[in-house]
Ligand binder design. Structure first.
Ligand SMILES: NC(=O)c1ccc[n+]([C@@H]2O[C@H](COP(=O)([O-])OP(=O)(O)OC[C@H]3O[C@@H](n4cnc5c(N)ncnc54)[C@H](O)[C@@H]3O)[C@@H](O)[C@H]2O)c1
Length: 336
């Protein structure tokens, strides 16, 4: 059988490495996997040995070499620096890494007749949504540079379709967590940050009063739907929310993790500029991608905590020089 070739950007990160693992485990007779990552936010140890890996920065390196070396059929574009709350303080880095990188990749997809580009956008494009509910048909209205960059990427991809015929599926994942997530980054992924604290005998921190509502998605539940996104005819030219079936207050999530880990004092920090409630609709992901909600928050946290305790003690990622410090929160000014 003639194998298809899939390129995954961000292959050392959570979604990229885990999707590569899933495809290699379930579909290796049908697909070869090529991966790009600059290892700025993911780890080489996450990458399956069967992935043909190119260590490259999508913003500055000659990614055309990858497209010239391989006949790429499908592209999953996961590479990004997804530190939403930090993005107002690293604006220009945010736009380079999220928007410019995507533009360069879209150029290659058009030039090399890629059959479909699957792009992971974000719930941040909704801003406050309507009463905290996010439906795919709503107007994009982000409230921070990260969401603005993703919104521009989405629109750029839609226009690449209209003008150049590049097929796409845009996925908006919701707070994905699980094994192979970066838990050493001070600025992103609340559950990973909390696990880092627990591993280092520090308290679980909450911005503000903890009444903010979020839904979380265990990575294993998202993998088959992500795989279907490149293949499913009905997913063509669609925007689809993925995951986040049950929403909770952040305080409740902290309490669930406390129970799972059997430790951790909860402390409240100063409030951040963020949406209060973020709850996506999910029927479209069920109808088109066959999404099934299988893993409860408690079960998922138990599995991730088991994994986290086996991880090496890595250095924490802390931004050296913020682009601006005006208005930055006290907990990020302190570089520890
Ligand atoms: N995890 C979530 O909850 C979530 C939610 C919504 C959207 N997303 C989006 O899904 C995608 C994947 O998220 P993730 O959780 O796997 O993130 P991640 O940080 O684990 O993985 C991203 C990977 O991209 C790489 N990368 C970053 N900039 C790069 C560059 N310029 N060139 C090459 N590689 C680069 C990093 O090294 C990292 O390995 C991102 O685009 C993110 O915005 C994630």
């Amino acid at each position: 059988m003639n194998k298809k070739t899939i390129l995954i950007t961000g292959v050392a990160g959570l979604l990229g490495s885990r999707l590569a693992d899933w495809i290699i485990e379930h579909k290796s007779e049908e697909y070869n996997i090529i991966g790009i990552d600059d290892l700025s936010g993911g780890y080489k140890e996450n990458i399956h040995p069967d992935v043909k890996f190119w260590q490259m920065d999508l913003v500055n390196h000659p990614i055309e070499n990858v497209f010239e070396a391989h006949k790429i059929d499908y592209v999953y574009h996961f590479a990004a620096y997804a530190a939403e709350g930090l993005s107002p303080f690293i604006r220009s880095y945010n736009y380079d890494n999220n928007l410019k990188a995507t533009a360069r990749l879209v150029n290659e997809c058009i030039k090399h007749d890629v059959k479909r580009l699957v792009f992971t956008s974000t719930m941040a494009v909704y801003g406050h949504g309507e009463g905290g509910i996010f439906h795919e048909d709503m107007r994009r209205n982000p409230i921070d540079p990260y969401g603005i960059a993703k919104m521009a990427c989405e629109r750029d991809i839609e226009v690449a379709n209209e003008q150049h015929g590049l097929d796409y599926c845009i996925i908006r994942p919701h707070n994905v967590y699980g094994a192979k997530q970066n838990i050493w980054d001070k600025y992103r992924n609340v559950l990973g940050i909390w696990m880092y604290y627990l591993l280092n005998d520090q308290p679980i921190t909450i911005f503000g009063d903890g009444t903010q509502r979020r839904a979380f998605s265990y990575i294993d539940d998202s993998l088959e739907p992500l795989f279907r996104a490149h293949l499913e005819p009905k997913a063509s030219k669609q925007i689809i929310n993925l995951g986040g079936i049950e929403d909770y207050s952040i305080l409740h999530c902290a309490e669930v993790l406390q129970k799972v880990a059997g430790k951790g004092e909860i402390v409240h920090l100063e409030k951040r500029h963020e949406v209060h409630t973020a709850v996506p609709t999910w029927q479209k992901s069920v109808d088109i991608l066959g999404f099934e909600y299988k893993t409860s928050l408690e079960e998922g946290l138990m599995r991730m905590w088991d994994w986290a305790q086996l991880q090496p003690m890595r250095d924490r990622f802390i931004w050296e020089n913020y682009e601006i410090e005006k208005g930055i929160y006290s907990f990020w000014k302190n570089k520890k």
